[in-house]
Write a new protein. Structure first.
Length: 223
């Protein structure tokens, strides 16, 4: 979650992992037209302090394998737009701290957010505060949490920022996630978002404080 190691165009750059290169895209309403492969234009391949991590884009999806004590994020999605109806399918098997999630950032305010569909171990490095729960018909029941990162790397450099979480109470792999429905539920708890920087369907693994690393594999297709 710190620097960009691979971009959709194949460009490799230093700096924060979520930095947006090139022109911003206007955010769209929930009814945004879904293009073939849902119009993905952003490939995320970041790792830090680990080894044995493989992440590759495969047409309208991606695959990852990992066995490492470092952190990584591998995913595919969109720059500049957060309101999406995301349909996906595939496989996800993992051990240790990590998630299968919709993952994104906003600016002004600076927010890092997750919508977890599945996970191995929930072992956040910052304390979570539970805010409530909600159900989306056809998509599942979710618990809402917040956490704060203090003086940590972000898309704007080292900053203090909030994290927002929706965690599915019954894990699954595959289905539909309507991001705006989560954003609307968060807003009921004064969990405000800013302008969307990017959003991806991703798998993430990391090392919990004082704990083990993670391992697993995933093959996921959007659309």
């Amino acid at each position: 979650m710190v620097k960009l190691s691979s971009f959709a165009t194949g460009l490799c750059l230093p700096g924060v992992f979520a930095a947006v290169i090139g022109p911003q895209l206007d955010d769209k309403p929930e009814s945004i037209a879904i293009q073939p492969r849902q119009g993905t234009n952003y490939f995320q391949n970041w790792s830090e302090g680990g080894s044995n991590i493989r992440c590759s884009q495969r047409g309208g999806g991606f695959s990852a394998t990992w066995s490492s004590k470092g952190g990584f994020v591998c995913g595919l999605g969109w720059r500049g737009s957060g309101n999406r109806v995301i349909k996906y399918s595939g496989t996800y098997e993992a051990k240790g701290p990590g998630y299968l999630a919709i993952y994104g950032w906003t600016k002004n305010p600076l927010i890092e957010y997750y919508i977890l569909d599945s996970y191995a171990d929930l072992a956040p490095n910052e304390p979570w505060t539970k805010k409530g729960n909600f159900t989306i018909e056809g998509e599942g029941t979710f618990d809402i949490f917040t956490s704060q990162r203090v003086n940590k790397p972000s898309i704007e450099g080292t900053r203090t920022f909030m994290q927002y979480w929706s965690v599915r109470t019954e894990k699954r792999v595959g289905g539909t996630i309507t991001t705006k429905k989560h954003f609307d539920e968060w807003a009921k708890y004064q969990m405000r978002l800013g302008g969307h920087d990017y959003v991806v369907l991703a798998v993430e693994g990391y090392t919990a404080t004082g704990g083990p690393g993670s391992s697993g594999s995933a093959t996921l297709t959007i659309g």
